[in-house]
Design a binder for this molecule. Sequence first.
Ligand code: PMP
Length: 664
Amino acid sequence: MNGYFITGTDTDAGKTSITAALLRALLNKGESALAIKPVQTGCTQTKSGLQAPDAAVYAEFAAPYFPHGYPDVCCRKFIPACSPHLAAEWNDETLDVDQLTREVQAMAQGRSTVLVEGAGGVAVPLAAGCTTLDLMQRLDLPVIIVVGNKLGAVNHALLSIEAVRNRGLRVAGVIMTHTTAPAKADMPLLRDNTKTIAREGHVPVLADIPFLDGPDYGKSLVQYADKALALLQQQKDDCPEDILFDRKHIWHPYTSATNPLPTVKVRSAHGVRLVLEDGRELLDGMASWWCAIHGYAHPNLDAAAHAQLGRMSHVMFGGLTHDPAIRLCRTLREMSPNGLEHVFLADSGSVSVEAAIKMALQYMQASGQTARTKLFTVQGGYHGDTCGAMSVCDPTNGMHHLFSGLLPKQIFAPRPACAFHQPFDTRSLDQTARILEANSHEIAAIIVEPIVQGAGGMWFYHPQYLQGLRHLADKHGILLILDEIATGFGRTGKLFACEWSGIVPDIMCVGKALTGGYMTLAATLASENVAHTISRDGGVFMHGPTFMGNPLACAVANASLDLLRTTDWETNVHNIESWLDQSLAPCRDLPDVTDVRVLGAIGVVEMKDEVNMANLQEFFVEKEVWLRPFGKLIYIMPPYIMSREEIFQLAGAVHEAIRTNQHR
Ligand code: PMP
């Protein structure tokens, strides 16, 4: 949906005439524009039904373009001239903001630009616990604020601007108007209002309209609207330049700096959708790389960030502590498998893996096993892009060849061969046991992703294999590090993937979904044995990132974990699993597909050959879904709040893409 939400500083600020004039100016330019009034109060009863006063003004301005009459653009109409929540209540109704959003979106279908006019100002209630701001946020349009220019306007305008921006919405500009003729003596004050609002609100003034009267009133107003549209167009024209700058100067992950894969510009995100710069919405099947489990712009997470922002965004963690970190570490200790007593807060998944590796080495040093400096892992793993983490990524599809001079040589066993859904084949552990046995004198720790190998191939292996690793680690006095960064917080159907095996690691890394995808934060949890051994005889763990325990990230993580613990994520993930199973099944019949597998909220289609990522990305965006395949894999990892219909839409797009050979 493309267009603007038009709100005012007050009832009677003049926003209806402005909306109508903007509508006419757009229609004059050949646009298929429509002005919509989602909730209209103050209607009059006529023989043909309720007459909406604002829609009548739109109809008057737009008359030449609607020879058969202006359409009914009000979702709800009420007779009492009062706040929508009250008018609805008097009518024994309740306004539902999601329903209103859907109706506005339906009316906007096929229109190049829509102007959605609110009722009164931004804080006008629509129902209990819900104001016009909620509707604005759901519609996610840039906002034009019509300011009735009079005494008190600066306060009203600046508060409205702040409230709109606090909801993550863009204020496209203000339009200054008069609904009554001002006294001459007030003119300097009114001129200053305009200047002050622009300066203090950091907003463009799209029009500063004097009091208009007389027969040419409408014509003059449309002229002002026309100029406002020109300024708005200028804002839009800046965009292509941004994309060019992005291509030329900004490094995106795993792509060339000189010939990068195309990027898609996102304006905002809400629920399970990404909103693109041009107003198109993509259904998100990636949860931003495993993170956004609750969906985007969740009110609880937003509120937690805002509240913490008001107190402090960051303080150093050396020598200082704070509530958000204490609460988070308490929760992590409670949630994670029993025995992980010590929490080290890191600033990204990779850093938490580095911390885990360093903990293992310091543990061996502190316990006098100084020869044990190597890590044991399996092929097909992925643990991050920093050096220690890279050294335990898959040696073939990872980045070893580029950094072989730098990376420590670790010890690898084959990828766990026995798949999650197969009966366990004990032989799949034989070679692992042999390699471990032969090298145990120099191994400090085993590090693996439990059950699901993510970026290394989206492979689901058998829980008994992991039990076997725990057993082997104990047998040889080696530590077991589990990297739950991708799998943690419910993704596989268990809170942590190691629960499939009923084992507890000595060290565990979490990240990604920890903040619900809001910002970067990770943690390395360690057993009492690990922490106490390192700290023996005055020893200290030698790591301390600048942004360790960032309060803002901890506050959002607290809100995210609260939400996880109070929602039925298990049922949601279980449902998604069965929908993915059903919806991806037809892909099995496609000749280029070698395997389709599903576990929890992860659905994978493995192809025979590497896919054409650029082609697929373009196709998916066209189909209004967001999926980003890699290697031979096209996969779906949605937020946990996704509906059956939406999962089928994602899977349908995958099937169609392969059926029509977009992957080649
Ligand atoms: N471990 C695993 C299992 C991961 O999937 C990732 C990220 N894809 C990382 C570590 C690294 O995390 P980050 O990107 O936050 O550094």
